[in-house]
Design a protein around this ligand. Structure first.
Ligand SMILES: Cc1cc2nc3c(=O)[nH]c(=O)nc-3n(C[C@H](O)[C@H](O)[C@H](O)COP(=O)(O)OP(=O)(O)OC[C@H]3O[C@@H](n4cnc5c(N)ncnc54)[C@H](O)[C@@H]3O)c2cc1C
Length: 426
């Protein structure tokens, strides 16, 4: 989706962010992050907040701009070229802010959302545990309610901002009834960096450096009851909602690989082999064609999914998962094509394509792996097709020998497929 498909306001925002990315963030800052000389990009967060570029979807009274999800994607596409760690620092207010804005109390919004969007506080989200990230509802971090406070114990890992954040939103088990459904076991707590909260370990990462990714440990942390976000044992609902910005921002951030592709295009216009510019060889220029086509397809699906969320479209969850899965893979392909176009020099630190490649690899793993996206996508689609309200023409009826198809699938078979489709996404 190009600018002509955006509203004038979204177009303006995109331009604003484009200028910010070009003029306000030095190359030296990016280099320092990649060298781990910066543990958390607080300076970047403060600069973004000062320009009002955080949480643009949220109400103005908390510092947002009341813009659409599509507008947010337009901003993220520009930010994305700065790399995945800064993309994440920009996206985190959208993710954490979604939980606060949708489920938080007025006090929580005033105390945490507003200063976050002003750049005075920084947050991180703590979902993943050492025992696994994909099996989210099996979380073992626990919080016992004692009168007016919870006592939180447990461990989370791979938390971006474990080093650097002032508060964390933490999913933890609060319902210890052995028969409780997995969707009513967890609660979402807002935990300030306080006594008992420690950043135990900072990971050495392949990419995404400088974002403070670490392991968080909670030992007998006293969390006031008013820091519960949403209902007690209502964490599943918050998670369900938070996964929209979580996955959409991953999809949108990946579109930032336009930076690598543009670099490779300029390079191929200069670099000569066998007496002419390499772009004159179809082996090179067709790679450019392939890459930009994939990137445009990723743009299309990401903006479409964002538009679906704006419209509260019934099948938006499938589209969001598709956008996350498709765009992250497309971005990986685009960076690989860019590296191939550049030849040996693309593999060196003389150009930042190698950094982009290291960064992009993460996008297929975090915020739900590609496999987990596929689990969601198939589950939703089976439900849509096998739903009783399905009202499109059924092609089975057009068969030359419809009686034969009846013999292939009995009603029992159809019921079984339907049930398996349901079970698969749980
Ligand atoms: C740099 C970095 C930053 C991160 N930032 C954060 C953060 O800020 N906050 C946070 O909470 N988490 C964060 N994560 C965690 C990330 O979201 C998880 O790593 C991811 O969800 C996968 O969980 P896992 O690593 O435990 O892998 P596992 O869940 O152990 O999965 C291992 C493999 O098994 C596959 N698999 C698992 N279950 C199924 C299934 N049912 N069907 C098919 N395949 C399956 C997975 O797809 C994967 O390939 C971050 C991770 C990294 C590396």
């Amino acid at each position: 989706m190009y600018d002509f498909m955006l509203t004038p306001e979204a177009r303006e925002l995109k331009k604003e962010v484009r200028n910010f990315v070009r003029e306000e963030i030095s190359s030296d800052f990016l280099r320092k992050m990649d060298k781990n000389e910066i543990t958390y990009p607080r300076e970047f967060v403060e600069k973004l907040a000062a320009k009002g570029l955080f949480g643009v979807r949220f109400p103005k009274k908390y510092g947002g701009r009341e813009m659409s999800w599509v507008a947010e994607m337009a901003a993220i596409e520009e930010i994305g070229c700065l790399g995945i760690a800064l993309g994440c620092a920009h996206a985190m207010p959208s993710i954490v802010g979604e939980a606060l804005n949708t489920f938080g109390t007025e006090e929580q919004k005033e105390k945490y959302l507003k200063p976050y969007l002003q750049g005075k506080l920084v947050a991180a989200e703590a979902l993943t545990e050492p025992r696994g990230g994909s099996d989210f509802f099996g979380a073992m971090t626990k919080a016992d309610l004692h009168g007016d406070h919870f006592i939180l114990n447990g461990e989370k890992r791979f938390v971006v901002g474990a080093e650097g954040a002032d508060f964390f939103i933490v999913y933890c088990r609060t319902n210890f009834d052995a028969n409780a459904h997995k969707y009513s076991r967890l609660s979402l707590l807002l935990v300030e960096r306080s006594e008992g909260v420690s950043t135990d370990y900072l990971y050495g990462l392949m990419g995404c450096r400088g974002g403070g990714t670490g392991r968080l440990v909670f030992r007998d942390v006293k969390v006031p009851k008013e820091n519960l976000i949403g209902e007690l044992h209502g964490g599943a609902l918050c998670f369900n909602r938070m996964m929209i910005p979580e996955r959409l921002t991953s999809a949108g951030g990946c579109l930032g690989v336009w930076g690598s592709l543009d670099l490779a295009v300029r390079y191929s216009n200069r670099r000569r082999a066998f007496g002419k510019e390499i772009r004159k060889y179809q082996g090179v220029s067709f790679k450019v064609a392939d890459a930009i086509t994939r990137l445009d397809a990723a743009r299309a699906i990401t903006y479409m999914a964002a538009r679906a969320v704006d419209e509260n479209y019934t099948n938006m969850r499938r589209l969001v998962s598709e956008a996350k899965s498709f765009s992250t893979k497309a971005a990986w392909d685009v960076v690989n094509l860019a590296m191939q176009i550049m030849g040996g020099i693309g593999y060196t630190e003389v150009y930042p394509i190698e950094r982009s490649l290291r960064d992009t690899r993460l996008s297929m793993i975090w915020t739900g792996t590609t496999e987990i996206m596929n689990l969601m996508i198939q589950h939703e689609y089976y439900n849509e097709i096998l739903n009783e309200s399905y009202d499109r023409r059924k092609m089975e009826d057009d068969a030359m020998s419809p009686d034969e198809s009846e013999r292939c699938f009995t009603d029992d078979d159809m019921m079984r497929i339907h049930d398996e489709g349901k079970a698969g996404g749980d």
